[in-house]
Design a protein around this ligand. Structure first.
Ligand SMILES: [Zn+2]
Length: 480
């Protein structure tokens, strides 16, 4: 399986450190508000990657953190804590806010078919691990004290900038020379960051005592400490959005490799941005959407996941109402195709040629998925399969063995797509009212009362979303 690695800037064959086991880490949400669907793209991508590893029979240990402390307003290190800001606005404690938004986040990711990570770790439960890591860094001479906290001196880490390919030494000297950038008092380089921040005496919430003084951890230290706690100093894959490359992930590498002297992560996998109507999606621009917003627009969580998979994870995607609507119609048609096929009880002879064609499309699908998760091309293979089946079905040639082969392939494809195919493999029984209407319509049709039959057909469609089609062997129904 080939993956693009941000660290080496090329696609290469994935090789796990331990045989048959993949250890991966994904930066989790900061739980001070609803996750917007731009953020959720990252979790769909890491979930799809995890599913690909599992498809290839790896045991996956997937760790995700929950940032429930210390992530500040803005990207710099100045400003009010986002959690405390929301707590102040909603008249709740920071802890209550974090708990509530964590619950909503987990509900959202479940809805979009994201498998629960093996370990979900809250930052506030890992303060001792972070302080241990800070002590290791102190012993190795990477830290210094400034007015607002304990800082990491990025000029002391020789590989600083290797992830983003930026020459920070030059950048630092040019910026500091010009003194144009606001930076916390007493810090040495523009790229230095706090591993521990001091809190004022009056602060009662989200503060911890430490040998460095009363305070709270920086955001970056959290991901280094949590990932190494569960995955070891050196692990296979780290995922996240491209917006984290320059600062957050660069800082994670500096802290982890600085403290252990070992390589931190082999593969860095980053997904691109999701734009909305051509602009960046951001809370400050008030153009963000939640899963609930989409549901209100008639877009199901599976519809959104399908939309995300229509783009390559390393391409910027643009979300428009039209694109979402197309995705929703497509996923609905795939689901109804599955319902139709699984209810099909043909007795024809197994058609060897047909079964071979299905097998070849399955191979093609996984070849695309193994080529740096090319989901748009893989989905094209899925659609090719659907049209082959439809063509065969319409000529009445689909055998039971053929149908079983199709179903097995679809479920294998869905084990990596995560689009709830299985839930549609059994036709759900009809409720009493539509069942009665279908029977009534059949009677009308048989007695030649086509006007009534048409009216009932219309009613079934409008009230229950049930489509009735008349064929050679009587009428069949399906859900829209
Ligand atoms: Zn992180």
């Amino acid at each position: 399986m080939k993956l693009y690695n941000t660290l080496t800037r090329k696609k290469s064959d994935f090789k796990a450190i331990k045989e048959k086991e993949v250890r991966m880490y994904s930066c989790g949400p900061t739980v001070y508000s609803h996750a917007h669907i731009g953020n959720l793209r990252a979790y769909i991508i890491s979930d799809t990657l995890r599913r690909m590893f599992e498809h290839r029979s790896y045991k996956v240990i997937h760790v995700m953190n929950i940032t429930d402390v210390g992530h500040l307003v803005g990207d710099g290190s100045l400003g009010e804590d986002k959690l405390k800001q929301t707590a102040r606005i909603e008249h709740k404690s920071a802890k209550e806010i974090a708990k509530e938004y964590e619950r909503l986040f987990l509900k959202d990711i479940k809805k979009i078919g994201i498998k629960m990570p093996s370990i979900i770790a809250r930052a506030t439960d890992h303060i001792p691990q972070m302080l241990n890591l800070i002590e290791s860094l102190e012993r190795r001479g990477y830290l210094y004290k400034a007015e607002t906290g304990i800082y990491f001196d990025t000029s002391k880490f020789k590989d600083y900038g290797n992830l983003s390919g930026t020459d920070f030494k030059r950048l630092n000297s040019s910026l500091i020379g010009g003194a144009r950038i606001e930076r916390p008092s007493g810090t040495r380089n523009i790229t230095d960051f706090a591993v521990w921040r001091f809190s004022p005496e009056k602060e009662k919430e989200m503060v911890w005592d430490s040998k460095y003084g009363r305070g709270f951890p920086g955001w970056h230290i959290e991901c280094s400490a949590i990932s190494m706690e569960y995955l070891g100093n050196h692990f296979d894959v780290h995922t996240g959005g491209v917006d984290h490359i320059q600062i957050h992930h660069q800082n994670e590498i500096a802290q982890s490799e600085g403290a252990t002297g070992e390589k931190f992560v082999n593969f860095w996998v980053h997904n691109e941005f999701l734009k909305v109507n051509g602009s960046k999606m951001s809370k400050s621009l008030h153009n963000t959407y939640t899963i609930e917003d989409l549901e209100g627009m008639g877009i199901s969580p599976q519809g959104y996941r399908y939309f995300v998979l229509t783009g390559h994870y390393r391409s910027i995607m643009n979300m428009t109402k039209e694109a979402l609507g197309n995705a929703q119609r497509t996923i609905a048609s795939i689901h109804s195709f599955i319902e139709r096929i699984s209810g099909y009880d043909a007795e024809g002879k197994p058609d060897r040629e047909f079964i071979e064609e299905i097998a070849s499309l399955e191979r093609e699908f996984f070849e695309w998925m193994e080529d740096d998760m090319n989901t748009p091309e893989a989905l094209a293979s899925l659609h090719a399969l659907i049209s082959v089946v439809n063509k065969c079905h319409s000529t009445g040639k689909l055998s039971k063995a053929g149908r079983d082969a199709v179903m097995a392939t679809l479920l294998k494809m869905d084990s990596v797509l995560g689009l709830s195919f299985k839930e549609h493999t059994e036709t759900k029984p009809l409720a009493a009212e539509p069942k009665r209407l279908i029977e009534e319509r059949e009677k009308a049709r048989q007695s030649g009362d086509f006007k009534s039959a048409d009216e009932i057909r219309q009613e079934l469609k409008e009230r229950f979303g049930i489509i009735v089609e008349d064929g050679k062997n009587g009428s069949v129904w399906r859900r829209q």
